[in-house]
Design a protein around this ligand. Structure first.
Ligand SMILES: Cc1ncc(COP(=O)(O)O)c(C=O)c1O
Length: 387
């Protein structure tokens, strides 16, 4: 046995458990229908919710920025990688979010794994929702703080944990705004009240609420009218905004501290100019296009009703994320494969991304889907429903 044999043993075990993942190849932009591994399929697995990654104005901004600034930042932001495009984008983000300031990271993953260890360390407590995104979980691990997980959206459980935890230096409640695999919305006003009672900070990861909920698409905090409150907002430019990058929006003091302490900000190269310019223009389009949000949510409603009428079990979602729960990983991948042959791509999501026994298809719609594509999706689900 050589010292590398365990790689094949572990790979085979993953396959055996029905949990093997493999890469598919997409041949065009994330529009309503894509060419996937050579086959045209209706795309129900993209986070390009508003279709902004293919918006003509957004593309034009990216092209112009490349011509002016080149293809790469070629330095970390604290050295030479901080072009004026960053200033423009961060000012625009703070305006969109209604906060004093904002800071852009190279991804949402980097934003979470940077801010959480900055907010909490040894002697502090993080309270984390059981269904929080993996980047939050990893941020908690990096922080060396004590972590307590409260039951999903269970504010009474959160309250109990806080009441038992008065000796910590700082307390931070961390939650998704819109849960990435379930599509439900955090009960933020209740959490806000509890946080105020126990002197805790709140960090909301709004990766899937940004662009979709609230005034001008500004997100979950705005959806609940809590803009004026002290809530730290994290989000990403990679989903509804159609570009790449994560951000933190909050007070100037918070942003200053991140610039000085956040390792995932300091020790990495800045984003490409095209990405920054695309995100900036996408924010303008997002704020001024309520019809995109209306269209997105009306497609979601139509598809959700269609799937429920066919007898599928969906988790109670109110957003563009429609979780079709199928149980075992094998069943989820089996139905996903059958749907592909019907010309519909709805990705199977299995543990550890979701709890064991709740493998599912994570169906998402986009504002740019046509009525015909939504109907094709329903017809595909109808064909495979007895699998
Ligand atoms: C809730 C949530 N947070 C954070 C991230 C990470 O964002 P990014 O893809 O920009 O790294 C994601 C995306 O997968 C997400 O769904």
């Amino acid at each position: 046995m050589n010292s590398y044999d365990w790689l094949e043993t572990e790979r085979a075990a993953i396959e055996q458990a029905g949990l093997r993942r493999h890469l598919r190849t997409v041949m065009n932009a994330p529009t309503g229908t894509i060419n996937l591994d050579g086959r045209d399929v209706v795309l129900l697995g993209s986070n390009n919710y508003l279709g902004l990654s293919t918006h003509p104005q957004v593309i034009a901004a990216a092209v112009e920025a490349t011509q002016t600034f080149g293809t790469g930042a070629s330095g970390s932001r604290l050295i030479s990688g901080n072009s004026e495009l960053y200033t423009t984008l961060e000012t625009n983000l703070a305006k969109t979010k209604g906060t004093e300031a904002a800071l852009v990271f190279s991804s949402g993953y980097a934003a979470n794994t940077s801010i959480i260890p900055m907010l909490a360390g040894e002697g502090d407590l993080i309270l984390s929702d059981a269904l929080n995104h993996a980047s939050i979980i990893d941020g908690c691990r990096l922080s060396r703080a004590t972590k307590k997980v409260y039951r999903h959206c269970d504010v009474e459980h959160l309250k109990t944990l806080l009441s038992e935890s008065t000796t910590f230096r700082r307390r931070v409640i961390v939650t998704d705004g819109v849960f990435s695999m379930d599509g439900d919305i955090v009960p933020l006003p209740d959490i806000y009240d509890i946080a105020a009672q126990y002197d805790a900070m709140i960090l909301v990861d709004d990766a899937h609420g940004f662009g979709v909920l609230g005034k001008g698409g500004s997100g979950t905090v705005s959806h609940f009218g809590l803009e004026a409150k002290e809530i730290i907002q994290m989000g990403t430019l990679s989903k509804a905004v159609g570009a790449l990058g994560g951000y933190i929006a909050g007070s100037r003091a918070l942003i200053e501290l991140l610039i000085n302490r956040a390792r995932g900000f300091i020790f990495t190269t800045g984003l490409p100019p095209a990405t920054l310019a695309a995100a900036n223009t996408a924010l303008d389009v997002m704020r001024s296009s309520p019809e995109l949000r209306q269209c997105l949510l009306s497609h979601a409603k139509r598809l959700k009703t269609g799937l429920i009428d066919l007898g599928y079990t969906l988790l109670p979602t109110k957003t563009q994320i429609l979780p079709v729960v199928l149980g075992s990983p094998q069943r989820a991948t089996g139905v996903a494969e059958a749907l592909l042959t019907e010309g519909v791509f709805a990705p199977a999501i299995r543990p550890p991304a979701v709890p064991t026994g709740t493998s599912r298809l994570r169906v998402t719609v986009m504002a740019t889907h046509t009525e015909a594509e939504i109907q094709q999706a329903i017809t595909g689900f109808d064909t495979v429903k007895n699998m």
